[in-house]
Design a protein around this ligand. Structure first.
Ligand SMILES: [Zn+2]
Length: 86
């Protein structure tokens, strides 16, 4: 779960918790008169694999990050591969 911020046309801001990647872009404001729009914030700690260009709005963004991290842990990077000549 992550905390998301919303801002309404009435000027008030409110927070709501949603699973990561599943927060709606707008939520009814507690004022009862309007809809709050989600305020996009950059997560404080983020692992971005090289060449990663998805938007955080894309639900696959988070999934991809987790998969990339898991792959990094399970497969040590080969920096230089020796060529064997017969
Ligand atoms: Zn409002």
């Amino acid at each position: 779960m992550a905390l998301y911020d919303y801002r309404c046309g009435c000027g008030s801001e409110f927070e709501a918790r949603f699973p990561i990647g599943q927060a709606p872009s707008s939520l009814p404001c507690p004022c009862g008169k309007g809809m709050g729009k989600r305020i996009l914030r950059t997560p404080p700690v983020i692992f971005r694999p090289e060449g990663w260009d998805r938007s955080p709005e894309d639900p696959d963004y988070w999934k991809g990050l987790v998969e990339a991290e898991a792959e990094k842990l399970s497969k040590p990077k080969i920096l230089k591969q020796q060529e064997t000549r017969v």
